[in-house]
Design a protein around this ligand. Sequence first.
Ligand code: NAD
Length: 482
Amino acid sequence: MIQTTDFSSVLKSGYYVDGQWKETQQHYDVTNPSTKALVAKVAYCSTKEAKEVVDSAAKALTAWQAITAKERAQRLKKWFDLIIANQKELATLLVTEQGKPLAEGMGEVVYAASFVEWFAEEAKRIYGDVIPAHKGDSRIVVIKQPVGVIAAITPWNFPLAMLTRKIAPALAAGCTAVIKPSEETPLSAHALVHLAEMAGIPAGVLNVVSGDAKAIGEVFTQDKRVRKISFTGSTKTGKFLYQACANTMKKMSLELGGNAAFIVFEDADIDAAVEGAMASKYRNTGQTCVCVNRFFVHDAVYENFTQKLAAAVKKLTVGDAFSEGATQGPLINQMAFDKVSNHVKDAIAKGAKVLVGGKPSELGGTFFEPTVLIDATKEMLMSSEETFGPISACYRFNSEEEVIALANDTDFGLSSYFYTQNLSRAWRIAEALECGMVAINEGMLSTEVAPFGGIKDSGIGREGSKYGIEEYLNIKYVLMGS
Ligand code: NAD
């Protein structure tokens, strides 16, 4: 029988090191973004605790690597079963600290678990190659080995899934890990390692600290034993960490910000495009790295698409994440709310018109009305920056060449979407868009089976799929002479 747990222990826990929960002198508050109520006081870790978790992960490495791939796979599979069995409890915790509607929280648990299941299978498929050498009977055998201790630094927007997307392949490959979740949402990480322990992941293989991000980051980037950092978060922090790792020449994965284009061609199925737009833009209250930031709509269907989008957005319900029927939660914090408000004000001042929303919600706090703006232009802040809120900005275009230039006119390169019925156009546009992921006639593209990641300022590396585990492996070749 798979055990369930209410996670009450993780709400008052400290930091997790060498299989134990330890306390710190100082604590910080985790609050519910919907109600602003205190959820937990969490151990405020700094340099000392960060060094302690790296020691723990380094100590656990040899024993974890000595376990067969099949056994690692079995423990990961058990972890997957436990995550699924505790779906409601995990979703409740996640929603309490993050604010997304409960139905979305339930969905994130399944999405997070899918990486654990996938990489449980991949653990058994870490193969090398045999290459005939140029001399006699010599052979070159290529083997793949775990990189060692890895550090996972994660954001608040998908606190469960962003973590399993890193930790599952790392563990499958034979690495041990130190984890630093976002200070906004540490409890999801605590709950995941609690379940990992129940699944038989040995002490020291997973360790968690949060608190003073700068001090913890300094230890993770400068310690030579940490051989890889896998970071998901803003481009600004990603660039800082990339530079900081140069000294110790670590492997890095950087999953950073986006500025996705969503193109509606004149031959698109407009109803399908609106449905895709809603899924892409408004889930997680617009706080998704792959969500649309710029809608480019052909002149011939501009009125039709924007009116239908506005009608769909009017039906959204803003509310406390646990309230019946809420589809839009609050923005994560005041800083996020200020950015969204500022982008909307800037766009209106520069000529954008509001079709729906356009202002803070009457609910107060950090709730913002889901918004549709038309007549957006390149000069607006939301054209060049990631808004990260429930705001659709719609731009017009007239030709394929024009829209490709517009869509690629950004430093980011994470995801893009477009709607067309023309197959040859579909390939032409998919290849011309400068980004790591393209969805054609679809609004949602994240899945554990595909290599998720970006180019340009959106980062380096891929997560998920057979490519995801390669990020945690070193290649070595052995020349066998004759
Ligand atoms: P953020 O960069 O502020 O923080 C991300 C993490 O980095 C947090 O854990 C934070 O505490 C930590 N951090 C901050 N400064 C640090 C330092 N000096 N050293 C070490 N760690 C440090 O990002 P955020 O606001 O939490 O997340 C939102 C951003 O994440 C958005 O830009 C979004 O697009 C991006 N994101 C990208 C993906 C992706 O897969 N490409 C997925 C989700 C979110």
